[in-house]
Design a protein around this ligand. Structure first.
Ligand code: AMP
Length: 361
């Protein structure tokens, strides 16, 4: 176990080399740390701004060994890192935060909802589905329409399909690849909110003001924050975040996606064991943004203030929309964050623009 707080000059390892890793690396650099990136591909967005990039598969023991030897602590930016890779790193003496349990819970939608309900965090009703008969039984109990999702490896609305009535069961089961799945009752929500929160090595917890999120085709499009919510909703969201963090004995930043129902009741949609797209507004809206917060937490520093200083509208630039950088760069209310990803495939998250709507008193 390294001695915490880690001093500047230490190396923070990051599993995954995407834009979240890049922004973590930039935040780490500001606090005087080096970063090392582990990814299957070379020249990743995060690797381009890090001292070291190790390229290897998630089961490449020799590559993981080289990575572990370079790092004082390891965190992750990608929730589908196989738990086995984290276990190998841990067996090599690496300190990984958040750890294997948080990953295992977040990677499987049935485990996740079971964990949440067991810790007093309400979700939609759900049924695990292992075959077509099971899907029919689940539809009987939950009613239609209901959302069929793969248990694992779904993100940004991928691997999920609405089943509108029992006659669609077969087609739905085929659409998710006839793989272990979960059937979720439909959440009749008025809006989608999220809370980003952090827990330090000393057990301290901070929560950011809530974000209000708009998705299109399952992909986050816009977050506006701080969201206008009742005190009751804010307190309930913070209580949920705390239960998640404490229930997983978590160190780092977590993103908790919420459905707000009529009357203000909250259901948890899912948790992400990492910095989160709906927390990007904090870069230009809070004293200490989510990326610095994650670095502080894993490095064993005291957490920073999650206080909002501006109201921000964050918009994801997907695929060729990144070409708008030239026009957006002329707008003084916009702070641009570009990820330096080569290929602007349609729908790919290439950049985001934080529009500062007003500073807060
Ligand atoms: P997910 O990949 O689980 O985050 O789902 C992507 C989006 O699908 C969410 O942000 C919601 O807009 C919608 N969604 C997911 N689960 C449900 C549900 N049980 N009921 C209604 N809408 C849902």
């Amino acid at each position: 176990m390294p001695a915490f707080p880690l001093p500047p000059g230490s190396t923070i390892g990051i599993l995954g080399g995407g834009q979240l890793g890049r922004m973590l690396a930039l935040a780490a650099a500001r606090l005087g740390f080096d970063t090392a990136i582990y990814d299957a591909k070379p020249r990743t967005p995060a690797g381009r701004v890090s001292a070291l990039e190790v390229t290897g598969a998630w089961d490449d023991r020799a590559a993981l060994e080289r990575f572990a030897a370079a790092c004082d602590v390891v965190t992750l930016e990608f929730e589908n890192v196989p738990v086995g890779a984290v276990e190998i790193l841990t067996s090599l003496g690496a300190e990984v935060a958040p750890g294997a349990r948080a990953l295992a819970v977040a990677q499987d939608r049935v485990e996740e909802k079971t964990f949440l309900n067991g810790h007093g965090c309400p979700t939609v009703e759900f049924e695990p589905v292992d075959d077509l008969d099971g899907l029919r039984r689940a539809l009987d109990r939950l009613g239609a329409p209901a959302l069929l999702k793969t248990r694992r490896e779904g993100y940004d609305g991928k691997g999920q399909v609405w089943v509108r009535d029992a006659a669609e069961a077969d087609a739905g089961w085929t659409a998710v690849g006839r793989r272990p799945a979960i059937l979720e009752a439909r959440a009749v929500f008025v809006r989608e909110l999220s809370v980003i929160a952090a827990r330090g090595r000393d057990g301290a917890v901070v929560s950011y003001p809530l974000g209000e999120n708009r998705h299109e085709a399952g992909v986050l499009r816009v977050t506006r924050a701080p969201a206008i919510v009742s005190d009751h909703t804010r307190t309930a969201a913070e209580a949920i975040a705390r239960k998640v963090l404490e229930g997983l004995d978590y160190v780092g930043v977590v993103g908790v996606e919420l459905f707000e129902l009529e009357g203000g009741r909250l259901l948890v949609n899912e948790i992400a064991p990492r910095v989160h797209n709906t927390g990007h507004w904090t870069q230009d809206g809070c004293l200490c943004h989510q990326f610095e917060q994650a670095v502080r937490a894993v490095a064993g520093w005291p957490l920073g203030p999650a206080t909002a200083v501006a109201e921000v509208e964050m918009t994801n630039l997907l695929g060729p929309e990144v070409e708008r950088w030239r026009e957006l760069a002329t707008d003084p209310s916009i702070r641009l964050h570009l990820y330096n990803k080569g290929d602007a495939r349609p729908g790919r998250k290439m950049a985001h623009a934080n529009r500062v709507l007003r500073t807060l008193p």
